[in-house]
Design a binder for this molecule. Structure first.
Ligand SMILES: Nc1nc2c(ncn2[C@@H]2O[C@H](COP(=O)(O)OP(=O)(O)OP(=O)(O)O)[C@@H](O)[C@H]2O)c(=O)[nH]1
Ligand SMILES: [Mg+2]
Length: 725
C-alpha cells in the first residue's frame, strides 16, 4: 500500500541526481531468509534515510509492506529503496529470494547495473543462488558478496567464504572472490564486534556503536590480517590493467594503497573481481564498509550496455547510450495496483530525462500470450516520484540511469517502454518466467463473480508471472501461478479486493471418442394431447483418426427423413458431442452417418429431430465403446546431473515416457530430460519437481496430442462423473 513518507519515519526529501555518474543501481539477491530486506533497513538507517531500522518479523520494514509479505514473513515483490551516501544515490533493489517470486527477481536484475549477493553466514547457499551467479557472469554483471547475519551463534564466516569461493569462483578462480575485511571477535571469542580492514590494515571497532572507532590492529590480529591481505593484494593486482604491477609486487615493492583501491574499484566495476564484505544488520557491523563499496566500486549506469531498442514498428534503431539529453527511453519494471493511489509503475530510465507534466509514448509489445495485448498509447505524466518501498516522494525529474515511479498511468504494464511522443521507441521485454502451477478458482456468489472479473484484470496487469485462463472445455477459471506461495499472494490480493472465493481441483480437458463402430436409434415421439413431437433417426458412428474432428454424412434414401430435417439431426448430434456422453467431456473424431428415420407430416419439427439426433448418439454410445482421451504433453526438464535418476523414476510413476536425455546446452553439470507425460499427471509438477530437486529443477511443457486414457483411470473418471450428475 502506498504511504505518505512521514508514516514510515522517512527523514528527508528524496535524493535527486543530475547526472548518471552519481547513481548506482544495485539489486540484492540471495536465498530466502539470507537477510536482504533487513540489510536494506540497516543501510537506510545508517545513511539517515529512515530514523531507525524496522523489522521483518514485526512487518515494519520499508521493503516488505505488502500484507502478503508481512503474513508470509518474506519479501514477495521487488522494491526500490534509494539512499544517499558520499554524494551518490544508491537505488537498492530488494528482491524476494523465494523461488515463486523469481519474476520479481528478473525485474530487479533488469533495472540494476550490479548485483549484491547476500549470503547468510548461518545457512549457506542454495542451488538457485549458484545458478543466478552464473547467469550474471554470462552477461558480465558486476557482483559483490555480503556475508550476513554474523551475530547468529552458528555463523561461520570462514566456512561461508570458502563456500562462496567454491561456488562463485568456479569459473574465474577462487582468487577472484576474496574478503576485503575479516570479522573481529569480541572477548567471548564468538561475537563479532568489528572488522579488520585488509587494505587499510586498520581495525574498525563497533563495540561502542556505529560508526565504528578506527584504530591500529592489536598484535594478535596481525597474522590473520597479513595472510588474508597477501591473498587479496594478489587477487586485485592480477586484475590490474597495469601489467607491471604484479612484477613490482612480487619483487617486494610496497604498492601504494591508493593504487590498490583504484585497481580494486575498476576490477569490481568491470565485473572481474568479486569482493566479500562481512556485515551484520543487527549490530551494524560492516554497514559503513558496504556503503563505501557500493558507492566507490560499484559501476555507474554508464558502464552498463543498454538493452537494444527498435522503432515501434520493429524497425532497427542505433544503440542507445546513458545520456540525460538523449532520446527518452525508460522501462516499466514493476506495476503495483494500490487501492488508494491506483497504478504505480516503477520505471528505470535508460536514456533521456523523464520530466513531470510531459506527454510520453507508452508501448507494450510481445506479451500477447500472457493476456497482455500489444498497446501503443500517448499519455501525460503528471508527477515523478522517488519510491522508498511503498512511500512515494515527489522529485523534479529522473535522469538516464535513475529509477523512479509514476502513478495513475492508464496503460503502462510491466515490461512496457516509455519514450518521447515524437520519437516512439520500443525495447523488447526481458524474459519472464512461465507460470506452471494451475489453481482453479470459483467465486462464491454472482456478485463475487463480477468483482472477481474486475480484480483479475488488475492483477494480470500488475503481475506478468500470472496467467489467467478461462478453459472453454472444463469451464474452469484457472490462475496459472509460479508456485503455492505465489498462489497465496494472488488469492489474498483477490480476497482483499472484496471477493469471496474458493479453490477447487483443477480439471484436465479430457475428450471422449468411439473406439469402435456402433449404431444408434433415436426416437423422440410424444403425441398425447396438443401439438405432438415426432422424430426418428438411425445413425451409424465410426471412429476417425485422431485430430479429424467430426464428419456428418447423409445417406437417407426415399425421404425417410425429410431433407429440411437432416441439418437438425446433425445439430442434435453436435450438441450432444459438445456435452459429452460418458464423463461430460466433448466428443471428438467420429463420423456419423444418418441412414434412416421417420417423420410425421404435422408433428415433426426441427427441435424434435435435434432431440432424436442426440438420443441416437447416446444410444450408439451405450451399445458401443466410448473411450476417454487425455492430453499428452511434451516436457523438457532441466536438472543438475545428480537429480537425473530421481526425476526419471518419478516420471515413470507419472506414466511418463522418457524420450531422451542430453547434457543441457545452457548449463554446466545439468541435464535436459525430455519426456511425454499425460497432463493429468502434471497438475502439481511445478511444486513436486521443486521439492524433488531442492529448487534446482525447472521444466517447460507443451501439448502434443490426445491419447487414450488407460481403462482403470478412465473408469474412475466415469464413476466420478456419474456420482456428481
Ligand atoms: N539476528 C539477526 N537476524 C537477522 C539478520 N538479518 C536478518 N535477520 C532475520 O532473518 C530473517 C530473514 O531476514 P530477511 O531480511 O527477511 O531475509 P530476506 O533475504 O529478505 O528473505 P526473502 O525476502 O525471503 O528473500 C528475519 O526474521 C530477520 O529478522 C541479522 O543480521 N541478525
Ligand atoms: Mg526480503
Amino acid at each position: 500500500m502506498a504511504q505518505k513518507s512521514q508514516e514510515k519515519g522517512v527523514t528527508g526529501p528524496a535524493p535527486v541526481v543530475d547526472e548518471p555518474g552519481r547513481v548506482r543501481n544495485v539489486v540484492l539477491v540471495g536465498h530466502s531468509g539470507s537477510g536482504k530486506t533487513t540489510l536494506v533497513e540497516a543501510l537506510l538507517a545508517a545513511t539517515g534515510t529512515i530514523g531507525r531500522p524496522g523489522s521483518v518479523t514485526e512487518g515494519t520494514t520499508v521493503c516488505d509492506t505488502d500484507p502478503a509479505a508481512v503474513k508470509q514473513q518474506r519479501s514477495v515483490s521487488l522494491s526500490c529503496a534509494p539512499l544517499s551516501h558520499n554524494g551518490v544515490k544508491v537505488n537498492l533493489l530488494d528482491t524476494p529470494g523465494y523461488a515463486d517470486f523469481v519474476g520479481e527477481l528478473r525485474a530487479g536484475l533488469r533495472a540494476a547495473d550490479a548485483a549484491l549477493f547476500v549470503v547468510s553466514a548461518v545457512d549457506g547457499m542454495d542451488a538457485a543462488t549458484a545458478a543466478l551467479w552464473e547467469e550474471c557472469a554470462a552477461v558480465g554483471m558486476p557482483r559483490a558478496v555480503a556475508i550476513a547475519r554474523l551475530d547468529h551463534q552458528r555463523a561461520d564466516f570462514d566456512e561461508t567464504v570458502a563456500l562462496c569461493q567454491r561456488v562463485f569462483g568456479a569459473n574465474d578462480g577462487a582468487g577472484s572472490v576474496l574478503p576485503l575485511y575479516l570479522p573481529m571477535h569480541g572477548d567471548d571469542g564468538q561475537s563479532v564486534v568489528g572488522l579488520m580492514g585488509l587494505i587499510t590494515q586498520r581495525v574498525y571497532d563497533y563495540s561502542n556503536g556505529y560508526p565504528p572507532e578506527v584504530r591500529n590492529p592489536d598484535p594478535e590480529h596481525e597474522t590473520a590480517i597479513t595472510d588474508a591481505r597477501n591473498e587479496l593484494m594478489e587477487g586485485i593486482i592480477a586484475e590490474s590493467e597495469d601489467e607491471t604491477l604484479m612484477d613490482r609486487y612480487l619483487a617486494g615493492e610496497d604498492i601504494e594503497t591508493s593504487i590498490i583501491i583504484e585497481d580494486l574499484e575498476k576490477a569490481v566495476a568491470r565485473g572481474h573481481f568479486y569482493p566479500v564484505v562481512p556485515v551484520c544488520a543487527e549490530t551494524r557491523v560492516g554497514i559503513d564498509a558496504l556503503l563505501e563499496l557500493l558507492t566507490a566500486a560499484f559501476p555507474t549506469p554508464f558502464e552498463h550496455d543498454l538493452p537494444p531498442v527498435a522503432g515501434v514498428d520493429g524497425s532497427p534503431r542505433p544503440p542507445l547510450t546513458c545520456d540525460p539529453s538523449g532520446p527518452l527511453v525508460a522501462e516499466v519494471v514493476k506495476t503495483t495496483i494500490d487501492s488508494y493511489v491506483g497504478r504505480v509503475s516503477l520505471v528505470r530510465v535508460f536514456s533521456g530525462t523523464l520530466k513531470p507534466e510531459q506527454t510520453v509514448h507508452i508501448s507494450g509489445h510481445g506479451m500477447e500470450e500472457r493476456g497482455h495485448r500489444d498497446h501503443d498509447v500517448d499519455e501525460r505524466i503528471a508527477h515523478i516520484y522517488s519510491p522508498l518501498g511503498s512511500s512515494l516522494r515527489e522529485v523534479p525529474y529522473a535522469v538516464a540511469g535513475d529509477i523512479c515511479a509514476i502513478t495513475k498511468s492508464g496503460s503502462a504494464e510491466t515490461g512496457d517502454t516509455i519514450s518521447a511522443k515524437d520519437n516512439p521507441l520500443l525495447m523488447a521485454p526481458w524474459e519472464m518466467p512461465e507460470p506452471l502451477l494451475p489453481i482453479a478458482i470459483v467465486a462464491k456468489t454472482r456478485a463475487d463473480e463480477d468483482t472477481l472479473a474486475k480484480n483479475l484484470g488488475k492483477l494480470v496487469a500488475g503481475d506478468p508471472t500470472m496467467r489467467l485462463e478461462r478453459n472453454p472445455e472444463t469451464h474452469q477459471l484457472v490462475l496459472w501461478c509460479m508456485g503455492e506461495a505465489h498462489a497465496d499472494v494472488v488469492l489474498d490480493r483477490l480476497r482483499a479486493g472484496g471477493v469471496d472465493l474458493e479453490t477447487e481441483p483443477v480439471r484436465v480437458a479430457l475428450r471422449e471418442t468411439f473406439s469402435a463402430g456402433s449404431k444408434g436409434h433415436g426416437r423422440h415421439v410424444k403425441q398425447s394431447g396438443g401439438h405432438g413431437q415426432y422424430a426418428v433417426c438411425d445413425i451409424e458412428v465410426e471412429p476417425l483418426p485422431r485430430g479429424s474432428g467430426f464428419e456428418f454424412l447423409d445417406k437417407v434414401v426415399g425421404g425417410a427423413v425429410p431433407h429440411n430435417y437432416i441439418p437438425s439431426v446433425e445439430k442434435g448430434v453436435r450438441a450432444q458431442m459438445e456435452r459429452g456422453i460418458v464423463a461430460g467431456y466433448p466428443m471428438v473424431d467420429i463420423k456419423v452417418t444418418l441412414f434412416d428415420g421417420k417423420a410425421h407430416s404435422v408433428d415433426s419439427s426441427d427441435a424434435a429431430f435435434q432431440t432424436a439426433g442426440s438420443m441416437a448418439l447416446k444410444e450408439a454410445a451405450e451399445k458401443g465403446q466410448v473411450q476417454l482421451l487425455e492430453p499428452i504433453d511434451e516436457v523438457a526438464i532441466r536438472v543438475p546431473d545428480s537429480f537425473v535418476g530421481a526425476v526419471m523414476s518419478d516420471l515413470s510413476g507419472r506414466r511418463g515416457r522418457v524420450l531422451g536425455t542430453e547434457p543441457d546446452p545452457a548449463g554446466a553439470e545439468k541435464t535436459l530430460v525430455r519426456a511425454e507425460v499425460p497432463a493429468t499427471e502434471l497438475v502439481r509438477y511445478a511444486v513436486e519437481l521443486r521439492a524433488m530437486t531442492s529448487g534446482a529443477g525447472t521444466f517447460r511443457r507443451s501439448f502434443v496430442r490426445h491419447d487414450p486414457m488407460p481403462s482403470h483411470l478412465a473408469d474412475q473418471v466415469r464413476k466420478e462423473h456419474a456420482n456428481t450428475h
